[in-house]
Design a protein around this ligand. Structure first.
Ligand SMILES: NC(=O)c1ccc[n+]([C@@H]2O[C@H](COP(=O)([O-])OP(=O)(O)OC[C@H]3O[C@@H](n4cnc5c(N)ncnc54)[C@H](O)[C@@H]3O)[C@@H](O)[C@H]2O)c1
Length: 309
């Protein structure tokens, strides 16, 4: 079954950042297969052109814009390219990303800035340019942002990445409020998939190699670890891009392998009041009995991987 089965995006214009390879390429191909014209963006000219060529070979419509997301100038170029090539912009997917994993005390200013500029600023500038265009046209639109489990839970060695991805989900919730009147939905996909990015994580090296060899992945991998290929994630992006998802906005939606989920907004789990306010001593007294049972774990918890078959 194709990623866009049952969804018709004919006549729509879309931008997918970082779509030269990995998840972005799968999103671009799936949107194009559903009928949308796609602006393929990447910093890598060769891979961007390869995605365009693959879409065109399949009978779809695509153009490449090679530029780094982050700066406003790139965002403006991407929106202009969609309008020029397809007459309109209906869908923006802010997928481009990089990792510079280091523990806090080894994180350099340069690494932090690169990750935050690409993910957080890149999402901000592209969404701002797209929202302006969509509001001006007055026919609504779809903005699909990309979070990560690391942003939802925190993750060892991912200071800049977790910060950027948590910020992106916060922006999705904020923009869903600001753009509702214009009929523009804003959601964050929280994907997991085997790509060049995950292949660099030592625990997944063997799983990634098995996937590359075309071997079926064990059930634990596809379900508890929510890991499959990029093609397992793309249907959510197509659905969010379509009319069928009207009314779904401000959500963080997990997808990967066989798993689909929706994340909660952080809630107060336990509340207590003290008339006149709290002293440090009173907090200490109330802590154990009232809050002790509610302490929250940090980090992503997953079951051990099955040994390769
Ligand atoms: N793979 C996963 O399991 C996973 C999990 C959570 C989140 N994500 C997110 O999904 C997105 C795609 O990840 P992926 O696994 O396909 O990674 P990937 O490394 O395979 O692909 C990322 C693409 O973005 C491009 N890129 C990097 N910086 C760019 C920039 N400034 N401007 C334009 N393009 C740029 C790269 O050249 C590459 O083609 C990222 O935002 C990533 O954080 C992935």
């Amino acid at each position: 079954m194709s990623a866009g089965a049952g969804v018709d995006l004919t006549g729509k214009g879309a931008v997918v950042t970082g779509s030269g390879r990995g998840l972005g390429r799968a999103y671009a191909q799936a949107l194009a297969a559903a009928g949308a014209g796609v602006v393929v963006n990447d910093v890598d000219a060769e891979t961007a052109q390869a995605t365009v060529d693959a879409i065109v070979a399949d009978g779809g419509s695509a153009v490449a814009v090679v530029a780094p997301v982050g700066p406003t100038a790139t965002a403006d170029r991407l929106v202009a390219a969609a309008v020029e090539a397809f007459g309109r912009l209906d869908v923006l997917v802010t997928n481009a990303g990089v990792l510079r994993d280091r523990v806090l005390w080894k994180t350099t200013d340069e690494d932090f800035d690169l990750v935050v500029d690409t993910h957080l600023r890149g999402t901000f500038t592209c969404a701002r340019a797209a929202a302006a265009q969509m509001r001006e046209r007055g026919e609504g639109g779809r903005i699909v942002l990309v979070g990560s489990p690391a942003g939802q839970h925190g993750n060892f060695g991912q200071t800049s990445y977790a910060a950027a991805k948590a910020g992106i989900v916060a922006m999705a919730r904020t923009w869903s409020l600001e753009l509702a009147r214009a009929g523009i939905t804003v959601n964050a996909v929280v994907p997991t998939a085997i790509t060049a990015m995950t292949a660099t994580i030592p625990v997944y090296a063997e799983v990634a190699a098995a996937y590359d060899r075309g071997e079926p992945l064990p059930r634990t991998v596809r379900q508890e670890h929510a890991l499959g290929g990029p093609e397992d994630v793309a249907p959510l992006v197509v659905w969010l891009a379509s009319e069928a998802s009207a009314g779904v906005t401000g959500q963080a939606i997990g997808i990967g392998g066989d798993k689909l989920s929706v994340y909660s907004v952080p809630q107060e789990l336990a509340v207590t009041y003290r008339e006149g306010g709290w002293s440090a001593e009173a907090i200490g007294e109330a802590w154990g009995s009232t809050f002790g049972p509610h302490l929250q774990p940090s980090g992503i918890t997953l079951p051990p991987l099955e040994p390769p078959t």
